[in-house]
Write a protein that binds this ligand. Structure first.
Ligand code: GLA
Length: 394
């Protein structure tokens, strides 16, 4: 059995154990890693993530025939034992938030579909995933998009990837309480195999960028987690919005570097640095997209390093230990590829985009880091960029 078959088997078995019948359909949505364009999505700019070969799978079957009112039932197989990881709610009337985050992803998706005028048909689902949780690889987006796809297909809606992504984002914003942008959900919903996804976060237009066959995308989990990630994330977003307001623009996307630099003296120094990261990061998208397609490892080395320094010094979402690990990997790679912090930050993962045969150098740098770090060991995994959310056809 390969990775996906094992996941499907787990979802099928969980469904059977929870409801005593067989599921009838399966749906999958992947996690993602962002290559460049960090903390840019909620500023309406361009980002360049790619889906990874780790997914959330939803097994779906018909509702309990004896239920007195139309109901939706869910069991999240990675969220505790069978008794605590279950949820059930009426589909008539207002859907209220549940007790925990995963329930709110499900309830939020059903509620958000309602906002688009779509009525979800009663069903029972079981969700199993292998996107590492809390590592910055968007296990939540995979979960939300997989549920949105399952609800949409089961209810005969056939919604576009853009709407599925929006629905999962609304659930996360309004039900879970994280002011995330649209990047993770769009990467999960709309990615193309062997490509990264250039996404305009203002109008959701996408352009798949081929990843040159000489390159590999390796994610290095630092093992480090910072507390209060959600509140720190929401704070960063508020800081960016404050700068946009200061300049009277809709979003930082509309601010050019010259205008920002000329106004340094008028701005709070922290707000200035936040904006300098976003404006600088937007200028890095195009060179990285071109280098990715051409296999230009030396440019990747240079631009990803700039991006890391900017995230660490101006956006303040790194940690000293992560900076140390990034420096070791950078030194080991030389001009064979680049490395930087990826995702929201505050701990989490580094991404290396480097020549495939440089993986040994990355591993050596990690081994050197682990000898002296004293904390949880860092580890690396090379992922295959896969396609976005889709029903599973056997
Ligand atoms: C998290 C959010 C995304 C994005 C990134 C930072 O992953 O969910 O919307 O803002 O952080 O680029």
């Amino acid at each position: 059995m390969d990775r996906r078959e094992r996941l499907i088997a787990r979802a099928r078995q969980g469904f059977r154990l929870a409801y005593g019948v067989e599921p009838t359909r399966f749906f999958a949505a992947p996690g993602r890693v962002n290559l460049i364009g960090e903390h840019v999505d909620y500023n309406d700019g361009y980002v360049l993530p790619c889906a990874i070969d780790r997914e959330a799978i939803v097994a779906l079957g018909p509702p309990d025939r004896d239920a007195p009112v139309p109901r939706f039932e869910a069991v999240a197989l990675d969220m505790g034992d069978m008794a605590s990881a279950r949820d059930s709610f009426d589909l008539v009337g207002k859907i209220l938030p549940g007790e925990n985050n995963w329930q709110n992803h499900v309830r939020g998706v059903v509620q958000a579909l309602g906002r688009y005028g779509h009525r979800v048909k009663p069903a029972r689902i079981a969700i199993a995933g292998d996107v590492p949780i809390g590592a910055g690889l968007s296990s939540s987006a995979a979960f939300g998009v997989a549920v949105a796809l399952a609800c949409s297909e089961h209810s005969g809606l056939s919604l576009s990837p853009e709407i599925l992504a929006k629905v999962a984002q609304i659930a996360e914003n309004d039900f879970v309480g994280c002011a995330c942008g649209i990047m993770d959900q769009m990467a999960s919903a709309a990615s193309v195999a062997d490509h990264a996804l250039l996404l305009d976060c203002r109008n959701l237009q996408t352009l798949p960028i081929p990843i040159h066959p000489s390159l590999a995308v390796t994610v290095i989990d630092t093992g480090l987690r910072r507390d209060l990630t959600e509140s720190a994330f929401n704070q960063r977003r508020a800081e960016c919005e404050a700068v946009a307001k200061h300049f009277g623009v809709a979003a930082l996307r509309d601010l050019d570097a010259g205008t920002l630099m000329a106004a340094e003296a008028d701005l709070d120094p922290v707000l200035f640095r936040r904006a300098r990261h976003v404006v600088g990061e937007m200028e890095r998208i195009e060179p990285v997209a071109v280098a990715l397609a051409k296999g230009d490892a030396a440019t990747l080395a240079e631009v990803l390093h700039e991006a890391h320094v900017s995230l660490s010094e101006d956006f303040d979402v790194s940690l000293p230990a992560i900076d140390r690990l990034a420096a070791l990997v950078r030194e080991a790679l030389g001009d064979r590829g680049g490395v930087r912090l990826t995702g929201a930050g505050f701990g989490g993962c580094l991404v290396a985009v480097a020549q495939a045969d440089a993986r040994g150098a990355i591993d050596e740098a990690i081994a050197r880091y682990n000898e002296t770090s004293g904390g949880l060991p860092a580890s690396a995994e090379t992922f295959k960029p896969i396609r976005g959310a889709a029903p599973i056809v056997f």
